[in-house]
Design a protein around this ligand. Structure first.
Ligand SMILES: C[S@@+](CC[C@H](N)C(=O)[O-])C[C@H]1O[C@@H](n2cnc3c(N)ncnc32)[C@H](O)[C@@H]1O
Length: 337
């Protein structure tokens, strides 16, 4: 593998040197070799490739697409070391040829494909993991397409991010041999495409009434969303409560409600009876939260709710099913500026 790579690098030395000079600035240069692509070829160091694929928790069930695949090292590593299927796209025919040859020598040609294609036009359907080492402006251009992928799709990048879409995970690696970007350092970022949950939902807590007889069976939840961050309100009659620790992680939604405040407010609300028998209040009282987690299934959110002592304390109830039906969904995809 390395013989092929060294022969290729020697052949392309002038181009690479040019690229390197242009790369010594804050980020990769905007003009590509042969004038075809939007960024020159700079390989991701192998230690960083390994870290990216580990962060993605890549496995044999995955289909990875590397956008701008260069010499194919991400795709070959994904297929050879993780058993995944993978596709690399690039505009540089020599790099594509090198990548195919490396895949052949590594015995992974059946699962590693390389195609000559503009990465902005690549069909990403079916991909469970997307990787890239591209300029921030290219990432931003790709962002709407990535956010439209099925919730749970993982996106891992080297060095560059997606503007104000905050990564779900990040890692800094010492890479002494790296001369571009931030010399000696590599940054690895992971994003998980979030489920879209913004809108108004009618909440059914009938099962929770087994533990909290006074809790209303029907109430409402209003959610606003920005990428994986959500904020919201729980509304029951005149009672209104901000959701706590609300977030979407891929397909999973979770939030909490302060049980003590709810009981107090429900007791105070003229139209409601006290929410919980007095004897049970010390157990479920001010130190407890209602902890919801669930998933969206079409127009319904479904999941489990538990009573937990605050700050990650013990669960003090059975898990009870909850569901929420979409009342008016904001049909727009996750909002972007
Ligand atoms: C910085 S290199 C990264 C290579 C590889 N992914 C890695 O991490 O080692 C970027 C690659 O993107 C390719 N590229 C640039 N613009 C492209 C475009 N519009 N479509 C497809 N490939 C492109 C370049 O030819 C180059 O190989």
């Amino acid at each position: 593998m390395y013989g092929v790579e060294i022969r290729y690098l020697l052949r392309r030395l002038p181009t690479l040197a040019l690229g390197l000079v242009a790369c010594l600035g804050a980020c990769l240069p905007a003009a590509a070799q042969e004038g075809k692509g939007d960024v020159v070829y700079v390989p991701t160091p192998q230690i960083v490739v390994d870290s990216m694929l580990n962060m993605a928790k890549l496995g044999p069930q995955d289909y990875l697409i590397d956008l701008g695949s260069g010499d194919g090292r991400v795709v070959v590593t994904a297929t050879k070391n993780y058993g995944a299927r993978a596709l690399g796209v690039d505009l540089d025919q020599q790099l594509l040829q090198l990548a195919r040859e490396t895949a052949r020598l590594s015995g992974v040609s059946e699962r590693a494909r390389f195609v000559e294609q503009n990465l902005f036009e690549t069909d990403l359907s079916g991909a469970t993991v997307i990787t890239s080492y591209l300029l921030p402006s290219m990432n931003l251009k790709l962002r709407p397409k990535l956010l439209a992928l099925p919730p749970g799709t993982r996106i891992v990048t080297h060095d560059y991010h997606f503007g104000d879409w905050i990564p779900d995970e990040r890692k800094t690696l010492d890479v002494p041999e790296k001369k571009v970007g931030d010399p000696g350092k590599s940054y690895v970022y992971l994003w998980v495409v979030p489920e879209q949950v913004e809108g108004n939902w009618q909440l059914d807590l009938t099962q929770l009434q087994l533990d909290l007889p006074g809790i209303p069976a029907k109430s409402a939840v209003q959610l606003t969303q920005r990428f994986q961050m959500i904020e919201g309100q729980w509304l029951a009659g005149s009672v209104r409560m901000a959701l706590q620790r609300a977030r979407v992680s891929g397909k999973q939604i979770s939030f909490q409600l302060p049980l003590g405040d709810i009981l107090r407010m429900l007791s105070g609300a003229t139209q409601m009876r006290p929410a919980v028998p007095a004897a049970a209040r010390p157990v479920f009282g001010p130190q407890a939260v209602l902890e919801f987690d669930g998933r969206r299934d079409g127009n319904v959110l479904r999941g489990e709710v538990r009573i937990r002592r605050q700050d990650g304390g013990a669960v003090v109830s059975n898990a009870r099913a909850w569901s929420a039906v979409m009342v008016d969904m904001r049909l727009a995809p996750v909002r972007t500026p």
